[in-house]
Design a protein around this ligand. Structure first.
Ligand code: ADP
Ligand code: MG
Length: 332
């Protein structure tokens, strides 16, 4: 994060522009949390009001934005991150999120690098940008107010606030599961929806799915993949709790890789059943292309068949290494 913010040249933006980055409050949360993670925050707190349409606020204790760079932050295609389009190693890379928020609502950003004396507050509405000096803790707090207030058509297609809060809770739970070493908190209309203090992956399973579930998972810690797997007795009829991140970015689980995990259980898993798993694949940035989906919810991976075989093996090894699994009677 030591690079200054710069506006990307058009030949680069043509390669990465996603068009509509923000179509609902959930998108705001995801983009701001990604920014906090890219800023190396250890504490990330999200607040929603009115399902996020009135207020979305994300506070982090990350590196902050140096004073001179603040006015650039909400410019389109302005980013301090992208160095090589073919080896993206940050969650953000398009320089579009803050810009998009400034047009979709009213953006306020307060930021201070730890070594800088004062903080800077930036207010942006479209191209109107105002910058003032304020006092604030080190890190960054971004608030988006009145999302889509000027876009009635967009407002009409939003889901009810309670639904949005539920989906944001699920999303933040996923981030906590994939980044259990951080503090996470989500508050919606004054009510705490999720709270997690730094722990291991099993601790995050406890925060998100409860202690009962956490007692029935085992860890995987291979070079390729880290995380937790359910012991075979904890199965589900659906694959809804098979969660994957690639280099820390939560993504949709490619079906081949889901099958590869299930194959690793072999006969331990009754047919048609799925395990619970929270896995993070550690891949070289050049083997991952996150630039295939506007919300970056899908990634393209190199050598998928190879990857699948290695994943099956890692799952099998983790299960076999667990005395509780080894001694369990065959399940069918
Ligand atoms: P991107 O993440 O793709 O670079 P954004 O519009 O999300 O684009 O952010 C623009 C720039 O503002 C980032 O590249 C980064 O330099 C800075 N920035 C945004 N949010 C934060 C944050 N929470 N902490 C530190 N810097 C930030
Ligand atoms: Mg970003």
């Amino acid at each position: 994060m030591s690079r200054p913010i710069r506006v990307l040249p058009p030949e680069v933006t043509r390669l990465i522009a996603a068009g509509e980055v923000i179509s609902r409050p959930l998108d705001v949360v995801r983009e701001l949390v990604d920014n906090a993670l890219d800023a190396k925050a250890t504490r990330i707190e999200v607040e929603l009001e009115g399902g996020g349409l009135s207020v979305v606020r994300v506070r982090d204790n990350g590196v902050g934005i140096p004073e001179a760079d603040v006015p650039l932050a909400p410019r389109r295609h302005a980013t301090s991150k992208l160095a090589d389009v073919n080896a993206i190693d940050t969650l953000g890379f398009r320089g579009e999120a803050l810009w998009s928020m400034a047009w979709a609502g009213e953006l306020t950003l307060v930021t201070r690098p730890a070594a800088q004396l004062g903080a800077i507050e930036l207010k942006a509405r479209g191209d109107d940008v105002e910058v003032t000096r304020v006092k604030a803790a080190a890190g960054t707090a971004v608030t988006v107010r009145d999302l889509f207030a000027a876009l009635p058509a967009r407002l009409r297609t939003q889901v009810p606030p309670a639904t949005e809060v539920r989906e944001v809770t699920t999303l933040l739970g996923r981030y906590a599961l994939h980044h259990p070493e951080l503090h996470w908190k989500l508050v919606a209309d004054g009510e705490v929806k999720l709270q997690h203090a730094p722990s291991d992956a099993r601790g995050a399973v406890a925060s998100v799915f409860g202690a009962l579930t956490a007692n029935r998972v085992l860890s995987v810690d291979a070079e390729l993949v880290r995380g937790v797997l359910s012991r075979p007795e904890l199965t589900r009829p659906r694959r809804d709790r098979m969660l994957l991140a690639v280099n820390g970015r939560p993504v949709a689980f490619p079906q081949v890789l889901e099958k590869a995990v299930i194959a690793g259980y072999g006969e331990l898993l009754p047919s048609g059943q799925a395990p619970l798993c929270v896995l993070d694949l550690r891949l070289r940035p050049s083997d991952v292309n996150p630039n295939v989906h506007p919300a970056k919810a899908e990634v393209a991976l190199a050598n998928v068949p190879d990857l699948a075989a290695q994943l099956t093996e890692a799952v099998r090894a983790a299960l076999m290494a667990s005395p509780l699994v080894r001694s369990a009677p065959a399940l069918h």
